[in-house]
Design a protein around this ligand. Structure first.
Ligand code: FES
Length: 382
């Protein structure tokens, strides 16, 4: 963690004043507090100053202190404490704040800093050659569960790999930040489990002993909405690669009947509820190695594909697949539904193979490796 000091006098501008638009916004903020508590507006005003000039200058801090009737040292304390305030000029297109606190560090933040060192500047707080990018290490940003992560201005990008961060920096550098969606960069919803929900998938309606027996008469907002509220993260996933869409689709199935319930007649609701109650929950296929649906294995070929490029396959799962005689993308791409169900059951994946769309991933990788994967999914395989 670096010491936070104001920029040298040589780069400090002589004056600071809010322009008309920001002055109006500052007034709104000041009015929110009683006169004798005007200094409570110091953080919003410092943010406005940063938005206007790109960083917080010494003159801005002093001007804001004057506006709020507080000693300079009090405003300086705030500005130098929070890493959200940039005390020196930073990249005009992106200032990457890499979290280096323990959870992010254990999950690979050092590799993210290496990306910044190679793509931006070997040292933090230095601009790249074109003055568009800069970076620094910061303390915990409160997204530890999705570690490792970075902040770029007001957005966080989580569950990062070095490759994904490199791609994100490239998009910002190209002036196309809209190409990347903030939030988790894997098929995770908010800070839910990676790979989709494993519990709490069924909606329990008020008055029912369990979710299956719930009547369609229950009309609480929870009963008439989808199981998960529509949210920025849901939109995020809609823009994300297809595997994230598949994941959302699978989870949304549980909620679909509830969404449609208000449109149904009472009789139809009862009938639909009864059908849903009668229908047994899908059970993973029996995972006996002698099962006829077990995909055919092959002898280990000279050239073995890196199955870990398929999302959801780590070294352990790859080892299990090898033990089943599965060594190539082409094999995975050829699996029929029953075979996929068998493997899913064997791995105790609870539907993850479908949610992560192994078939589509394997087809892309078998067809053209990483290049084809990027073409299909818009990002590198893991
Ligand atoms: S440790 Fe990185 S966000 Fe908390």
């Amino acid at each position: 963690m670096s010491v936070r000091r104001l920029a040298e006098e040589s780069v400090q501008p002589a004056e600071f004043a809010f322009n008309r638009e920001f002055a109006a916004q500052a007034k709104v903020w000041i009015k929110k507090y009683p006169k004798e508590r005007a200094q409570s507006a110091v953080i919003p005003l410092l943010m406005l100053a940063q938005e206007q000039d790109g960083w917080v200058t010494k003159r801005a801090i002093e001007t804001i202190a004057d506006m709020l009737g507080m000693p300079y040292i009090r405003a300086l304390e705030v500005a130098t404490f929070y890493t959200q305030f940039q005390l020196k000029p930073v990249g005009t297109r992106a200032h990457v704040q890499v979290c280096g606190t323990t959870p992010c560090m254990l999950r690979g933040s050092e590799a993210l800093m290496d990306v910044c060192r190679s793509k931006i500047h070997p040292e933090p707080f230095h601009l790249n050659d074109s003055g568009t990018l800069s970076w620094e290490e910061v303390e915990c940003q409160g997204a530890c569960v999705n570690a490792p992560m970075v902040m770029i201005f007001k957005d966080s990008f989580e569950d990062l790999t070095p490759e994904r961060l490199a791609y994100i920096i490239d998009r910002f550098e190209a002036g196309r930040p809209g190409d990347v969606t903030p939030g988790p960069q894997i098929d995770r919803i908010y800070s839910g489990p990676a790979g989709g929900l494993t519990t709490l998938k069924q909606e329990i309606k008020p008055g029912a002993k369990n979710g299956a027996k719930a009547t369609a008469k229950a009309k609480s907002p929870a009963a008439t909405k989808a199981g998960r509220p529509k949210s920025p993260a849901t939109e995020t996933e809609s823009k994300s690669p297809a595997k994230a869409k598949a994941n959302v689709k699978a989870d949304a199935k549980t909620a679909a009947s509830a969404t449609e319930a208000p449109k149904m007649s009472s009789a139809r609701k009862d009938s639909a509820t009864a059908k849903a109650a009668a229908k047994p929950a899908p059970v993973a296929a029996a995972a006996s190695v002698d099962d006829k649906n077990r995909p055919a294995g092959i002898a280990k070929p000279a050239q073995v594909d890196d199955l870990k490029m398929i999302s959801g396959v780590g070294p352990k799962i790859e080892g299990i697949l090898h033990s089943l005689g599965i060594y190539t993308f082409a094999q995975v791409a050829s699996w029929k539904q029953a075979e996929r169900d068998w493997v899913d059951g064997y791995l105790k994946f609870k539907g993850r193979i479908e949610r992560e769309d192994w078939l589509k991933q394997a087809k892309a990788l078998a067809k053209g490796g990483e290049a084809e994967y990027i073409k299909v999914f818009g990002k590198k395989p893991r």
